[in-house]
Design a protein around this ligand. Structure first.
Ligand code: NAP
Length: 562
């Protein structure tokens, strides 16, 4: 049985037998037997296991670029080991090749189905020769058994004339269009798809460029309504979601690279990330989408944590990076319940609050949300789990050194918060709730004063911090991005000033041990890392996202390396 996800009408049903025969070649003994029965059993077992493993039909295609045919052959085998379903052989990157002999070798030696692309310079490729030779090489690939070839929309009419109606039956023709400037309107994209279809495409392909993450929504819309197999990608970091979520919307394939950065188009993730980080094979039409909104966002470890937990708990969700420029526009665009929950990081926590239909009272007092949930009625609910994570971690760090058995070890302590953004507000608020005397120091003094007023404390400029030591045994919490990668040599306070602190906390968690924490430890203070806070706030968010208890041990295990 093929199971629910692979209907006999779907494209995967047609490519599956070839995938299976490539992936599960029977032992030579069985090959020799050539028994119909044995072949049937192999086929049946393979289909069964494929149906069990996969919740979607979307293929992972490894784009292969190399100078020589030998190198290409090596890469094909690597692609199979990494978990690709199909390889794109970029003939235009080869320094030289024999269009018959080498193409035949590439097809014969490839352990996976093939897609031949011979991209000209005028469409972003490397080939700058004449069209006749290019078309000839593609026709040879078709005749020798390539599973797919790619021809650009701009050249499709000429190519069709060249082929003169003699298209070998097995080979599927992808007609492609690339826009390196922008993502056109939905109407223009619809017209583009119609033109690609009219040019004789078995499979439609277009790639556009994301100027804003909301561009991806139009591409999803086209993909989900397409009547023909479609490859629709949005290039660039803002378009990453289009590559990861295409199985949810029924895309034919996505591109996954062998190594980070070895891309054939901007923004491609690695095969490893697709398979291991995003659990790509488990993404289906009903998979709930979660993500981290920020700018920058690529440093966040949230996708690692939540996707790891979703996998281990068999929760039907995927967690993606969302590089967002305009938060209200983002929420207006991704307003369906498919987009279920969001973590929020720099610099969007305050503006995200204004996008919520309802805000938890604590988050309202703090003035920032770091967790947003789309309720079944479509309303967006915002809350703040930062202060819980940070304050719990600091209290744990102080345990053992305080005598106050009834209340919090923070009660009565002088608590200096550096920063007055989202994290600063939540930690200042949390410390005040625990009975600490709060002082706020910030680069922009007015913001320090506003927050200090809110928590009934004193305000300082950053310059005053080094000489501020009215007493010893104080607590210091850095909530700015000072010291965060790549500027790891920066620190908000001199080492000398750290002698007055009992405990120093740093919200920055890349790197785990910042310069501030290293110097604090050297000066004899206890330290609490941003990782401790991160894991603490994530427990709370996970439970709100899924309604399930957080797998705390797993979270700690995943974050151990960071
Ligand atoms: P935010 O709302 O944008 O606030 C940033 C704060 O940092 C502001 O007070 C800003 O001062 C200050 N700042 C930024 N760059 C500075 C610089 N070069 N010199 C001095 N001050 C600077 O950001 P956020 O969401 O609060 O996040 C702040 C940091 O905390 C980030 O590093 C983030 O990764 C980390 N964080 C960690 C966790 C965790 O779980 N460990 C959770 C949340 C946040 P101005 O007011 O003058 O602009």
């Amino acid at each position: 049985m093929l199971g629910n996800f692979l209907s006999p009408h779907s494209h995967a049903f047609h490519i599956l037998p070839s995938l299976i025969s490539y992936a599960l070649k029977p032992p030579s003994v069985l090959e020799e037997a050539h028994s119909e029965h044995i072949e049937f059993v192999w086929f049946y077992l393979a289909v069964e296991s494929a149906a069990k493993m996969r919740r979607n039909e979307t293929l992972i295609c490894a784009p292969l670029m190399a100078d020589t045919v030998d190198q290409l052959v090596e890469l094909m085998h690597k692609a199979k080991i990494k978990g690709a379903d199909i390889v794109e052989i970029r003939l235009d990157h080869l320094k030289s090749f024999d269009p018959h002999f080498d193409v035949e070798r590439l097809i014969k030696e490839c352990p996976l189905p093939t897609l031949f692309t011979y991209r000209p310079t005028w469409e972003g490729g490397q080939y700058d020769g004449d069209e006749k030779s290019r078309f000839g090489a593609l026709r040879t690939a078709m005749e020798l058994g390539a599973d797919h070839i790619d021809i650009e929309l701009k050249a499709a009419d000429e190519f069709n004339k060249f082929m003169n109606g003699n298209k070998p039956g097995k080979c599927k023709v992808i007609v492609s269009s690339h826009n390196y400037d922008c993502t056109p309107s939905a109407e223009e994209l619809g017209n583009l798809v119609a033109r690609i279809q009219a040019a004789g495409a078995d499979i439609v392909k277009f790639a556009t460029t994301a100027l804003d993450i909301t561009d991806v929504a139009r591409v999803f819309q086209i993909t989900v309504h397409s009547q023909v197999p479609i490859i629709a990608m949005v290039m660039g970091e803002r378009g990453l979601m289009s590559r990861v979520l295409c199985p949810k919307f029924g895309g034919y394939l996505t591109f996954g690279t062998l190594e980070p950065g070895k891309v054939s188009a901007p923004g491609q993730p690695t095969i490893e990330d697709l398979v291991s980080l995003y659990n790509f094979r488990s993404i289906g039409p009903d998979t709930k989408v979660f993500g981290i909104i920020g700018k920058p966002v690529a440093h966040s470890k949230s996708p690692l944590l939540y996707n790891g937990a979703f996998k281990s708990e068999n929760f039907n969700g995927v967690f993606v990076y969302l590089l967002v420029d305009n938060v209200p526009k983002f929420f207006e665009t991704y307003s369906t319940s498919d987009f279920t929950g969001f973590s929020c990081t720099i610099p969007h926590k305050e503006v995200a609050l204004t996008c919520c239909d309802e805000v938890d009272p604590v988050a309202k007092s703090i003035g920032a949300v770091n967790c947003l949930i789309k309720r079944p009625d479509g309303k967006l609910f915002g809350c703040n789990t930062d202060y819980i994570g940070a304050i719990n971690a600091i209290e744990n760090g102080l345990q053992g050194s305080h005598n106050n058995t009834d209340g919090s070890p923070l009660a009565g302590k002088l608590f200096i918060v550096i920063g007055a953004g989202g994290a600063g507000k939540s930690i200042a608020y949390g410390a005040k709730e625990k009975g600490a005397r709060v002082v706020v120091a910030n680069r922009t003094y007015d913001r320090a004063r506003e927050l200090a007023e809110l928590v009934g404390g004193q305000a300082l400029s950053l310059a005053e911090l080094d000489s501020f030591h009215p007493e010893s045994g104080m607590i210091l919490a850095n909530t700015t991005s000072i010291g965060m990668q790549p500027k790891v040599d920066e620190t908000p306070v001199t080492k000398e000033a750290l002698r007055y602190y009992d405990l120093v906390f740093d919200a920055v968690y890349t790197p785990k041990i910042t310069r501030l924490l290293r110097e604090a430890e050297e000066m004899g203070a206890k330290i609490v890392t941003g990782v401790d806070m991160f894991v603490g706030q994530a427990y709370e968010q996970y439970e709100r996202f899924t309604g399930l208890p957080a797998p705390k041990e797993l979270f700690k295990e995943i974050m151990k390396n960071y």
